[in-house]
Design a protein around this ligand. Structure first.
Ligand SMILES: Cc1ncc(COP(=O)(O)O)c(C=O)c1O
Length: 371
C-alpha cells in the first residue's frame, strides 16, 4: 500500500473555492434600457440627456488613434487640470473607474472582516455590495421620514469597529441633500481615525446654498474624502471616470489600490475637455435644474409628495404601487428605476420624456386615488 492511498479521500471537488463573503451578494441592477420603439426614453440611470460637451468627442476620438498604447498611468494632465479647477494639491487627487470604483478602493483600503461600514439606507445601491465583497459588515441607518440621512443616528451607530462612513449628498435615490449645520455637527462626532466619504456624485445640481461643498469640509478635516464623478453633470457615464479628493495618506492608499491603467486615455482626455467646457456645462446643468423644478412642481400639483431634490432625479415613495407605476411608465415608453416595495426614482431627462412621466403620474393618481 502506498503512503498516498492511506490518506483520507479528498472531498469531491465542485469547482474553484470562492470566498464565503461573496455568498448572497445582491447583484447590482442597472437601470433598464429604453424600449426598442422609436420615441422610447431611459430615465432609469440618472444619466445626462445631453450629448458630450463641445470638443469632448473630438478629443476622445483622437485618443483612439493610440489604442495600441497604455494610458498615462499617472494621469498627469488630468490631475493638473483637476488640481487647478478645484484648487487642491495634485497629491490629494485619485482617479478611478467611475466614482464607484473609487468607493470600492476606499473600502479595500480601510475595512475587512470584523470591521464595520456605516451608510444611510436607502442610498446608493453599490454600498452594500462593495462592503460585502470586502468581508466587512454593513451597518445601515434608516432614512428619516423626510427621506434624509439621520445623521444623529449614524453618529450613534459608530463603534470601535467602524472604519468608513458613506454620506451620500444629494442622496441617491431620494434626492435630499445635507445642510451645513447638520453635516458639521455630525463630522464633529466622528472619531479622527474613521474615514468619512462624502459621495457628491450629483454636486453640480445642488442649488440650496445651505448645502456645503464637500471640498470646504475636506480642507479642514483629514478624515474626510470627497467623491466626484464625470458621469452625471458632465455627461461622461460611458467613459468611466471619477475622482476623489483626500488628504495623504488616504489619497496615497487610493493610488495603491487602483487597478493599473484603469482609466483609459480617451476617458482622461474627455474629462480634461469637459472641465474646459465649463460654460456649456453650467448652461446644461441650469436647464436640467429648471426642468427638475418643473417636474417636481407638476407632480406636487397632482398631489404627489415629492422630497425636495437637489439632484437630477426625483423620488416617489410608492410603496406597494412601485412596480405598477414603473410598468405604466414603461408601457408609455419611459423606463424608470423601481425599488420594489419602496419607490420609484425618475431621472430628469429630455423634456418629452419628462412630459410622458408627468402624464402617466397624473393618470396613475386619478386611477388609484391617494397613492
Ligand atoms: C451616489 C452615487 N455615487 C456614485 C455613483 C457612481 O457613479 P460613477 O461610477 O459612474 O462615477 C452613482 C451612480 O449612480 C451614484 O448615484
Amino acid at each position: 500500500m502506498t503512503a498516498s492511498s492511506q490518506e483520507p479521500a479528498a472531498p469531491p471537488v465542485s469547482g474553484p473555492r470562492l470566498r464565503a463573503a461573496l455568498d448572497g451578494i445582491p447583484a447590482y441592477s442597472p437601470g433598464r434600457p429604453a424600449g426598442q420603439e422609436p420615441g422610447s426614453f431611459k430615465l432609469s440611470s440618472n444619466e445626462n440627456p445631453y450629448p458630450p460637451l463641445p470638443g469632448v468627442l473630438e478629443t476622445a476620438v483622437a485618443a483612439m488613434s493610440s489604442l495600441n498604447r497604455y494610458p498615462d498611468m499617472s494621469a498627469a494632465a488630468l490631475f493638473e487640470a483637476l488640481a487647478e479647477h478645484f484648487a487642491v494639491p495634485a497629491g490629494h487627487l485619485a482617479l478611478g473607474t467611475g466614482s464607484v470604483g473609487i468607493a470600492q478602493q476606499l473600502i479595500q483600503a480601510t475595512a475587512g472582516p470584523g470591521d464595520e461600514v456605516i451608510y444611510a439606507w436607502r442610498s446608493f445601491e453599490a454600498y452594500p455590495i462593495i462592503t460585502q465583497i470586502s468581508g466587512a459588515t454593513s451597518v445601515r441607518v434608516p432614512l428619516t421620514a423626510t427621506e434624509e440621512h439621520d445623521l444623529p443616528a449614524m453618529a450613534d451607530a459608530i463603534t470601535d469597529r467602524t472604519r468608513l462612513i458613506f454620506v451620500c449628498t444629494p442622496n441617491n435615490p431620494t434626492g435630499r441633500a445635507i445642510r451645513r449645520a447638520g453635516l458639521t455637527a455630525f463630522l464633529d462626532r466622528v472619531p479622527a481615525d474613521v474615514l468619512v466619504v462624502l459621495d457628491e456624485a450629483y454636486r453640480e445640481f445642488v442649488r440650496d446654498e445651505q448645502v456645503p461643498d464637500g471640498l470646504e469640509l475636506y480642507r479642514e478635516r483629514p478624515n474626510v474624502c470627497v467623491l466626484r464623478t464625470f458621469s452625471k453633470a458632465y455627461g461622461l457615464a460611458g467613459m468611466r471616470v471619477g475622482f476623489a479628493v483626500a488628504h495623504e495618506p488616504v489619497a496615497a492608499a487610493l493610488r495603491k489600490t487602483a487597478v493599473p491603467f484603469g482609466v483609459s486615455q480617451a476617458a482622461q482626455n474627455a474629462a480634461i475637455a469637459s472641465l474646459r467646457a465649463e460654460d456649456a456645462l453650467l448652461a446644461r446643468v441650469d436647464a436640467l435644474v429648471a426642468e427638475r423644478g418643473r417636474v417636481a412642481a407638476r407632480l406636487a400639483e397632482q398631489g404627489w409628495t415629492v422630497p425636495e431634490s437637489q439632484a437630477n432625479f426625483v423620488w416617489l415613495r410608492l410603496g406597494e404601487d412601485t412596480s405598477a407605476f414603473a410598468a405604466a411608465c414603461e408601457a408609455a415608453g419611459v423606463t424608470v428605476r423601481p425599488f420594489a416595495g419602496e419607490g420609484v426614482r425618475v431621472t430628469v431627462g429630455e423634456t418629452e420624456a419628462n412630459d410622458i412621466v408627468l402624464r402617466v403620474a397624473g393618470e396613475f393618481r386619478a386611477a388609484r386615488g391617494n397613492v
